[in-house]
Write a protein that binds this ligand. Structure first.
Ligand code: PBG
Length: 337
């Protein structure tokens, strides 16, 4: 209950001195909060720019260290890897190969950086299937859909292969029911009971993923992902999704996208009290970049305000394409927005 009254209470007293503002500031951004997404593709010396995501490129394995090294120097030490394989098939078999593109990237980064980089892998099949859906397909009642239960052991196998290649954390993003328990069992059976699962627990069917699908070459070739990703109209369902993943053994949970879903981030943090991540997705990044390129907004201030809002909403961890620039700005001491 707030009982203060004007004029004995004047909230402006704590606002006019910059050092007082700094003293009572509740939320602070750190480079260590960020996870930088990286796209890895076959080839040598490849840096294929991603048009709607300025500053980001599909990178071949050999050039990955050129991005990761400077990131670590800025304090960004966590990375999530997405693979663009040389070829795709109906089931996404190439995702399970120990010689797969992400597996190669993991070995390279582990060998170059040892424990200085935290390597997280996105666990899903949409980048590896020729139809672009997140698992194997089945025909149910005349309709093609992702076969949830048939996809589970394949997800577990993908995780085991990634961990064998050097992944520190696995992050399943396919929104299959039971994915966390299948992965937990698969990892434990292979002796990887110490590897945490960061579950994309509340992932919405969002148009904000558009630029990513161009970057990862993974748009669905028919239909959409509304059959497995969440309806943007729902809030309680996000809590059920996250609670189920916790019961299945998730160590950290994620809400995705971030900005149109800050209410969900707050609910998840308050109601479930888990280490919580929010994914500041490709479309959110592209909008800022496009407006900044036109000179319509102050990119530095807007970016830091956005990231701060995600943290204030309850996220402990932010997956963001702004990670390097934000870390540079934070290092330069640009704290007072
Ligand atoms: C699925 C995956 C997607 C993103 C991360 N993991 C795309 C999708 O569900 O269609 C989107 C991330 C972004 O937009 O930045 N593997």
């Amino acid at each position: 209950m707030i009982t203060q009254q004007f004029p004995s209470t004047r909230l402006r007293r704590l606002r006019h001195h910059p050092l007082v503002r700094q003293m009572v500031r509740q939320t602070e951004l750190n480079a260590a909060d960020f996870i930088l997404p990286l796209f890895v593709r076959p080839g040598r010396g490849v840096r294929q720019p991603i048009a709607p995501m300025p500053g980001h490129a599909q990178l071949s394995v050999d050039v990955l260290p050129d991005v990761v090294g400077p990131a670590i120097d800025l304090g960004v030490t966590s990375f999530i890897l997405f693979g663009i394989p040389p070829d795709k098939d109906n089931a996404g078999d190439v995702a399970l190969s120990d010689e797969g593109i992400v597996q190669q990237a993991l070995r390279q980064l582990r060998c170059t950086f040892g424990d200085r980089a935290l390597l997280i892998t996105d666990e899903c099949f949409c980048e590896y299937t020729d139809h672009g859906h997140c698992g194997v397909l089945t025909n149910r009642h005349g309709r093609m859909m992702v076969d949830n239960d048939a996809t589970l052991p394949r997800l577990a196998a993908q995780c085991v292969s990634h961990v064998r290649a050097g992944a520190d954390v696995v992050a399943p993003s396919g929104m299959m029911d039971g994915m966390v328990s299948a992965i937990r069992r698969g990892l434990d059976d292979d002796g990887f009971d110490d590897i945490p699962i960061l579950s994309y627990a509340a992932k919405y069917a969002s148009a904000f993923y558009g630029p990513f699908r161009a970057a990862a070459e993974s748009p669905p070739q028919f239909g959409d992902r509304g059959g497995y990703q969440m309806d943007p109209a729902n809030s309680d369902e996000a809590i059920r999704e996250v609670a189920l993943d916790i019961a299945e053994g998730a160590d950290m949970v994620m809400v995705k996208p971030a900005l149109s879903y800050l209410d969900i981030v707050r609910r998840v943090k308050t109601e479930l009290m888990m280490p919580t991540a929010a994914y500041n997705v490709s479309g959110e990044f592209a909008m800022v970049k496009a407006a900044a390129a036109n000179g319509w907004i102050d990119e530095r201030k807007i970016t830091l305000e956005i990231l701060l809002s995600i943290k204030r909403a309850g996220a402990d961890i932010i997956l963001t394409y702004h990670a390097l620039e934000a870390a540079r700005w934070l290092k330069a001491g640009a704290v007072d927005l």
